[in-house]
Design a binder for this molecule. Structure first.
Ligand SMILES: [Zn+2]
Length: 79
């Protein structure tokens, strides 16, 4: 089984190029790629994930099944 290399398609950076990932990985004693793969937004199919900044930019999407990077961003419900 091979997992695609984590990549943030929103700011177009690999895990190792994102400070928060690099610092978090060092803190946990894992590689930046492994750390990004633990992120809740990590999409195992495509390797995409969203860093915190991008996730906020996207409006902090969530879904019942758990939102993954690369998926459509659900629109906020209109009241
Ligand atoms: Zn990003």
């Amino acid at each position: 089984m091979s997992v695609p290399q984590p990549f943030d398609p929103y700011c177009k950076r690999a895990a190792g190029e994102i400070d928060e990932i690099v610092f978090g990985a060092a803190d946990q004693g894992v590689s930046p790629d492994a750390y990004a793969a633990m992120d809740g937004t990590f999409n195992e199919q495509t390797g995409e994930f969203a860093c915190t900044g991008c996730y906020i930019e996207l409006g902090m999407p969530s879904s019942a099944a758990g939102w993954k990077a690369g998926q459509l961003v659900p629109q906020p419900a209109r009241i």
